[in-house]
Design a protein around this ligand. Structure first.
Ligand code: IMP
Length: 486
């Protein structure tokens, strides 16, 4: 009899996804799990340099965009799956930063041959066209669009080959021709006189060649590893509400962000069992444009946060404007009857500004309709909720408790799902319920038993409403500020 290894013997793989609009703190939950359970490979299956995962171990800290988390665990291999897009220059920069921390990635990092490359023209196009939805400007949308376009350059149309993949990367002449043709076309179409085409193409090619030793040419790489008994932890980038097909379209990213995308972009087959870990934040945030039903200050907050591409009201500017360099200034905002001002205060208290872009994040109440829907749609097995400590900020407001969204009203109807139409989303109002405040500071608590009874009851209430077991909560930003829930 053939000896069967891998998950057939009960070894499961795991995926971690964000259940809201990104920035839920997936990285810290992943880090916690990697330090406690054995996995051999950390793999990405979607997205590209639009992601930003902050990792800190001891005095070492780094923000990863394209390299899978897990760099601090030398025994773990790192894999970039075919569902990703990759910017070679940025990846090299990231590798150099990792090397500077004394970590070597040779023979540890493997990039799928089917990953599409973000070319210089993608970045130009994104900067021109991605503003409307508040894209990160990394060329993500145009790169996925060229992949989907499937232009061959072989027919009579004037469409030259658009998409380049890792597998093309070492064919220097092909890359140079395709990349240059694409760039010239965009430069001429948008009259971008200041662009030095030759320089950008040379740079692109240089970085591609430099990255070559990490390219993998075997599409069965992960399958073979699993057959050898290896266990994989898949790291989702962006979040469920930013899914290209089922998120708040068109204000989404361009890849599939759902747990099921592991089976396409993550290069393992559907026969492998997957545990799904979902991460949410107790006070939600969103960057970029688009509906956000539970947002403090609604549309006003959305427009405010978008001024100058989100670059105007950075932390220092907001502090100055609202006179909140001391706690009495912030308390005044918290006491406001205006939800918009309360949102500003919560942003400041929670440090909700983009890690890379510094953009102010829009702030909203915990939305249980969204959480329930996203847990259901993704088969979430275990739920982690970060920033539970931040809920104590509500005790300084005039509200009767911690506000949470318990239902939606669209016109006269109560609905229990997120309307797929953007217009309907903007028309939808939130039904608000209240959890009980906890009065104590919980940031130093590390065990469930030590938690105040109000927090325990609130967690039970959330668990019942969402229908998924809560496995852990974040009670502060530091690595150890975490309470496992038995
Ligand atoms: P893109 O992925 O750069 O095209 O941006 C599309 C939308 O997704 C914008 O609203 C971005 O702000 C948002 N987005 C992309 N990546 C992330 C992320 O890692 N966290 C939060 N939002 C993101």
């Amino acid at each position: 009899m053939i000896k069967k290894k891998g998950d057939i013997m009960g070894i499961d793989h795991t995926v971690i996804i964000g259940l809201q609009y990104g920035d839920e703190g997936k990285g810290r939950v992943l880090d916690k799990i990697l330090s406690e359970e054995h996995y051999d490979i950390v793999a990405r299956f979607n997205g590209g340099p639009n992601a930003g995962h902050t990792l800190s171990v001891g005095d070492k800290s780094i923000v990863l965009h394209q390299i899978p988390s897990g760099i601090f665990y030398p025994d773990k291999e790192l894999y970039v799956g075919s569902g990703c897009v990759l910017n070679p220059e940025k990846t090299n920069l990231e590798i150099s930063e990792i090397n500077r921390l004394g970590i070597d990635l040779e023979k540890r990092l493997f990039i799928s041959p089917n990953v599409s490359l973000i070319q210089p023209h993608h970045i130009l196009l994104d900067k021109l066209l991605g503003k409307a939805i508040g894209s990160t400007g990394n060329g993500i949308g145009p790169a996925y669009a060229d992949r989907a376009l499937r232009a061959t350059g072989q027919d009579s149309s004037d469409l030259c080959l658009k998409n380049l993949r890792v597998v093309d990367g070492l064919d220097y002449d092909k890359v140079e021709k395709v990349c240059k043709d694409n760039l010239k076309q965009v430069v001429s179409q948008y009259n971008l006189k200041e662009i030095d085409v030759d320089d950008l193409v040379r740079n692109f090619n240089f970085h591609l060649v430099k990255l070559g030793s990490y390219f993998n040419d075997d599409p069965l790489f992960l399958e073979k590893q699993v057959k050898d008994g290896k266990r994989i932890f898949f790291e989702g980038a962006q979040s469920v509400m930013l899914d290209s097909d089922t998120g708040s379209v068109p204000y989404v990213t361009s890849s599939r962000t759902l747990a099921g995308a592991v089976y396409t972009g993550g290069d393992i087959s559907v026969r492998h069992k997957l545990k799904v870990i979902g991460v949410a934040k107790a006070i939600m945030s969103r960057v970029g444009n688009g509906p956000f039903i539970s947002e403090f200050g609604g549309r006003r907050s959305e427009l405010y946060c978008a001024v100058e591409g989100g670059k105007k009201y950075v932390k220092e500017v907001e502090r100055e404007m609202y006179g909140t360099n001391n706690s009495s200034g912030i308390n005044k905002l918290l006491q406001s009857d205006d939800f918009f001002e309360m949102g500003v205060a919560l942003r400041m208290l929670g440090g909700e500004y983009g890690a890379t872009t510094k953009r102010p994040r829009r702030i909203g109440m915990l939305d249980l309709v969204m959480l329930r829907q996203n847990c259901l749609m993704n088969g979430v097995d275990e739920l982690y909720i970060n920033k539970i400590d931040c809920l104590s900020d509500f005790k300084k407001t005039k509200l009767q408790g911690i506000p949470i969204v318990t239902g939606y009203r669209l016109g006269k109807d109560l609905i229990d799902y997120i309307p797929p139409s953007i217009d309907d989303c903007y028309q939808t109002t939130a039904e608000i319920g209240y959890l009980t405040y906890h009065l104590e500071d919980i940031s130093k608590i590390r065990t469930f038993n030590q938690l105040p009874v109000e927090v325990k009851n609130n967690l039970l209430c959330l668990e019942t409403a969402v229908g998924v077991e809560i496995k852990g909560i974040g009670v502060g930003p530091e690595r150890d500020q975490f309470v496992p829930i038995k």
